[in-house]
Design a protein around this ligand. Structure first.
Ligand SMILES: [Zn+2]
Length: 68
């Protein structure tokens, strides 16, 4: 019985470590590659994710300071 618990525990630790290794990289890939568009600021030309960009009068800005 103790052996079974040890095997399960080792399996769980192994799976969670494996997920930690896989997930951070894959989620970054999804965000930059497919999930979000990168837009260039029309003032400083910095590329920002679409969700962080400020769009005013059809122009794209990286921050509030540049949109004013
Ligand atoms: Zn800018």
């Amino acid at each position: 019985m103790i052996k079974l618990i040890l095997v399960l525990l080792l399996g769980w630790v192994g799976i969670s470590l494996f997920k930690k290794f896989i997930n951070p990289n894959s989620s970054k890939y999804v965000k930059t590659e497919a999930g979000q568009k990168m837009l260039a600021c029309s003032v400083c030309n910095t590329h920002v994710p679409e969700s962080d960009a400020i769009i005013k009068n059809g122009k794209i800005f990286c921050s509030k300071e540049h949109s004013e």
